[in-house]
Design a protein around this ligand. Structure first.
Ligand code: ZN
Length: 138
């Protein structure tokens, strides 16, 4: 069995963003040479997510509104976590959107359903963060 690991780095210049990382993950899969197996992709930070959904800008604005309803950024004082930080909302948003995705690898390709794309979700940006791609198989 082969295994391959790659880190992807981000430095998002806003507090929140959704970035389509499908091409970068596909590049990692190609570099691995793995044809049949499993690919894991996870955020390495507790205020960022990796998730799968549609690359449609209206949906991304809907996600933003949905998350702001559930865990509004402000007022910062509403969160007990915000003693030394102001990112209580970002931890909650990350938990809602998830830490990682797992995708089957079939014939050297990500075995997606219709319209599936992989996104990095940033909820507390303006600093360097990374995600992990780990692929196992043959
Ligand atoms: Zn925090």
């Amino acid at each position: 069995m082969k295994s391959y690991k790659k880190e992807l780095w981000f430095d998002i210049k806003s507090r929140r963003a959704f970035i389509n990382i499908t091409r970068e993950v596909e590049s990692a899969l190609k570099e691995s040479g793995i044809q049949e197996g499993i690919l894991l992709c996870n955020a390495m930070h507790i205020t960022a997510s990796v998730f799968i959904n549609d690359d449609e800008s209206g949906l991304h604005r809907d996600f933003e509104r949905f998350l702001e309803k559930l865990a509004p950024e402000k007022p910062y004082s509403q969160y007990e976590h915000n003693g030394f930080e102001d990112n209580g909302d970002a931890h909650l948003k990350r938990t809602i959107m998830g830490r990682e995705v797992v995708v089957a690898v079939t014939e050297g390709k990500l075995d997606f359903g219709p319209w599936e794309q992989i996104f990095y979700g940033e909820f507390d940006g303006n600093r360097k963060k990374r995600i992990l791609v780990k692929i196992i198989g043959e």
